[in-house]
Design a protein around this ligand. Sequence first.
Ligand code: 5RP
Length: 242
Amino acid sequence: MRAASSTMSACHKRNESTMNAAMTQDELKKSVANAALAYVPEGQVIGVGTGSTANFFIDGLAQMRDRIRGAVASSEASAARLRTHGIPLFDLNELTELSVYVDGADEIDRRLCMIKGGGAALTREKIVAAVAQRFVCICDQSKLVETLGRFPLPVEVIPMASAQVMRALSALGGIPKLREGVVTDNGNCIIDVSGLQISRPEEFEAQLNAIVGVVTNGIFAQRPADVLLLATPQGVQTLSRD
Ligand code: 5RP
């Protein structure tokens, strides 16, 4: 896994196409998902994320399914969508490497650290991202923030530990709330934590992971994205750590 340098900042910013200022959020998501197809290497297995933006990517990937070997999915929902398109699915344990992982985010900052897990798939997303050589994040412009924390931070927790984890999260200054009726693909629950201003995401990610009962938290800072494709009405912008 590659560790983030705390001083590295995103570079290379360019417009790739001109878009209509009246585009809807779904149109923005679709445009950035299609732009990510250029990052898919032929003949390989691709890591595929979860969520509405990732769904547009999966639909685009279907158009080039004969040119890839298959995909590793970060959730049962994405696996089902890939299956529907006839894209072969691989177990991550069958592979020794994964060239690229494409996924959305709930928030992303200019160093390409993210909050993820709005779709409750954060643990598998973090696992697939950890194996991938390159993480391409696909977002519409509403997801870009100066400081992470506006979006309630999802934390996946072993069910019997939920009350004690919520107490620990409160002690760290957050306002934890159990996501009612949600069971993750791993059989766990999700606690969403609001009221946070995450100025040191690498440290806070490690601190939360040290709470007994926490499976994963939704900060992706120790393994941030390598490339951000950001949909704006003026075009898809590219920010890169590469
Ligand atoms: C799922 C995620 C998603 O990437 C995140 O919630 C963004 O979703 P969307 O593309 O629907 O806005 O982390 O667990």
